[in-house]
Design a protein around this ligand. Structure first.
Ligand SMILES: Nc1ncnc2c1ncn2[C@@H]1O[C@H](COP(=O)(O)OP(=O)(O)OP(=O)(O)O)[C@@H](O)[C@H]1O
Ligand SMILES: [Mg+2]
Length: 243
C-alpha cells in the first residue's frame, strides 16, 4: 500500500546541499529505516517531511494526499508524528503534564493539567503505562534518565494517535535495557497498525527491527531494500567506511 512518497526533494543551506533531488517511498504498515553517515541529510529529510523547514523543491505525498508546503500542524493532522534527535520535553514539568501539553500546547500558559478532561488524563496514563514509566508520572521530566525521556517523548507523540511515526535516533545515548524496550514497543505498535520511519545509527537495532531500509549518503539515496540486501551492499559499506 502506498505510504509516504517523496519526489525530487532538494534542500540546501547556503552552499551545503543537504538533500539532492531525493525520490524515495516508504511502504505503509511497515517499520522503515533511514540510515546514513553523519551529515547525510536524514534529519533534514524529517524536517522537510514534517513541514518544519521548507524544501527548495520536490513533492511530498502521504497516502495519496499532497502535503507539499503544508505547515507542521497540517502534516500532524494528516497522521504523521515525529520525535526529535535531541529529545524535546519540558524539563521542569511533570511527566504527566508533559503529555497533557502534547495534546493542548495552549495550556502551557494556563497552568498545565487543570483544564484537561478525564479522558485525556486517562489516555496520558495509558501511554505512560505502555512505555513502562507510569510510576514516574509526578516526577519532573528533567529527573528522568535520557532513555526515559525518549520514552516520554514517544508517549507524547502517541497522544495525537499518529498512524505514521518518524523517530530520529530513538536509541541514541540510551542504555541497552531501555533500547530493548524501545525496540519492543516499536514492534508492538507496528503490529497494531502503525507505520514507522526510524533514523538510527545503531545497526543491530536497524537490522533486527526494520522491514525496509533506505540509505542516504551526502543527501542522496544510494541503496534501498530489506536488511539482508543492505547488509552486504557495497555502496553502503563504502559510505560507512569512507572508501
Ligand atoms: N539549519 C542548518 N543550517 C545549516 N546547515 C545545516 C542545517 N541543518 C543541516 N545542515 C547541514 O546539512 C547537512 C545534513 O545535516 P543533517 O542534520 O540532515 O544530517 P544527519 O544525516 O541527520 O546527520 P546526523 O547523523 O549527524 O544526525 C549537514 O552538512 C549539516 O551540517
Ligand atoms: Mg540527524
Amino acid at each position: 500500500m502506498s505510504g509516504l512518497e517523496i519526489t525530487g526533494l532538494s534542500k540546501s543551506f547556503g552552499g551545503v546541499c543537504a538533500l539532492d533531488d531525493v525520490s524515495v517511498a516508504f511502504p505503509h504498515g511497515k517499520i522503515n529505516a533511514l540510515i546514513g553517515p553523519n551529515g547525510s541529510g536524514k534529519t533534514t529529510f524529517f524536517n522537510c517531511v514534517t513541514g518544519m523547514i521548507r524544501a527548495d523543491s520536490g513533492r511530498i505525498t502521504y497516502r495519496g494526499q499532497d502535503l507539499t508546503g503544508r505547515p507542521p500542524h497540517r502534516i500532524a493532522r494528516a497522521g504523521i508524528g515525529r520525535s526529535f534527535q535531541l529529545c524535546r520535553v519540558f524539563p521542569r514539568m511533570t511527566v504527566l503534564d508533559n503529555l497533557l501539553c502534547a495534546v493542548q500546547p495552549r495550556t502551557l500558559r494556563a497552568k498545565a493539567g487543570r483544564s484537561h478532561s478525564r479522558a485525556e488524563t486517562e489516555r496520558a496514563r495509558h501511554w505512560l503505562t505502555r512505555m513502562g514509566i507510569d510510576h514516574l508520572e509526578r516526577a519532573e521530566a528533567q529527573n528522568l534518565s535520557w532513555g526515559q525521556q525518549k520514552l516520554l517523548e514517544l508517549a507524547g507523540v502517541l497522544m495525537s494517535e499518529p498512524e505514521t511515526i518518524l523517530l530520529d535516533e530513538p536509541a541514541g545515548g540510551v542504555n541497552p535495557a531501555l533500547i530493548d524496550r524501545i525496540c519492543a514497543l516499536v514492534s508492538e505498535l507496528n503490529a497494531e497498525g502503525r507505520t514507522f520511519l526510524v533514523v538510527e545509527h545503531n545497526m543491530d537495532l536497524v537490522m533486527s527491527l526494520s522491514h525496509h531500509i533506505v540509505v542516504f549518503d551526502r543527501g542522496w539515496p544510494i541503496a534501498e531494500g530489506p536488511p539482508s540486501a543492505i547488509r552486504s551492499d557495497e555502496k553502503v559499506l563504502g559510505a560507512y567506511l569512507g572508501v
